[in-house]
Ligand binder design. Sequence first.
Ligand code: CO
Ligand code: CO
Length: 347
Amino acid sequence: MDFELTKYVRKAGCASKIGPGDLADVLSGLDIPGDENVLVGIEGFEDAGVYKLTNDIALVQTVDFFTPVVNDPYAFGAIAAANALSDIYAMGATPKTALNIVCFSIKHFDKSILKEILRGGADKLAEAGVSLLGGHSVDDMEIKYGISVTGIIHPDKIIRNEGAIAGDVLILTKPLGNGIINTGIKSDMVSKASVKRVIETMAELNNKASRAMLSVRTHAATDVTGFGLIGHLKEMIKENIGVELFPDEIPYFEEAKELVASGIIPSGLLKNRDFYKNNVVGECKDFMDDIIYDPQTSGGLLIAVHLDDIVAFEVKAGLLGLNFWVIGRFLDEPKGMIMLNSSLSQW
Ligand code: CO
Ligand code: CO
């Protein structure tokens, strides 16, 4: 399709999330009444909220929507759906139902564009075995699309973003750098082959990663999205534990490296680095210092797996056809810190 969706994203960087510091400021003032059935609430920046219905079943809820990251409306719809579902998978839950969120101006754009966006989303939901129940639309010049997803989980089986212990292996299931590539797409600087590859990766469900982690002793997990690898890793360790990263093992899109060299840096990347850099010690290659802060759309899962279960994880991943990379390990000290260790290429 010739219509270039990303041309309709305002230039001021509004497409990115509110930065982590500002978000914490805003949320800290809210007075939220307690309820004993809330198993996971807004504290702790978890991927989704969890509400216990019975001793065997809890609801898992999340919502995510954003402006177009790619030009193809169908691909945008599929990516937005995969991205929204990801928070359910990251908690080890099973997504069940969904509601569409649409901002679109019928006066200004052809209806067929919205139809394609919704078709992309619906196909992805069908692939995930999720029922679309409805949605809500707003007339808006700036196109936005996303989904609110509800899943289920056993109340004792919730996988949170914290809970990793020293010795655990850190696994990542998708390459990084899609924020840089998406920024390049807005300036027509990305090759067709790279656009195709990055779309396929962003539209890929994290269901296989979720199944693989549920088959072994997984202590914690989250998905890599707007706060980048370092930001989401910081949410996993908080001030409880440390982690060592092996920069040479971190997968990334080759073209992201070239784009960074020609000055393509997403504004969210700079915000992330500014906010999280004091939690990082050690050095890595120039472009890798951008990759690790790059805000991701529909990134992979970050999983803390018991050291003795890494082989079992590998076997399961092989059966499922899941790609994964061992990119680090958790340590007792220094607490709250992410250490870059380029000299170690093996765990
Ligand atoms: Co998430
Ligand atoms: Co989210």
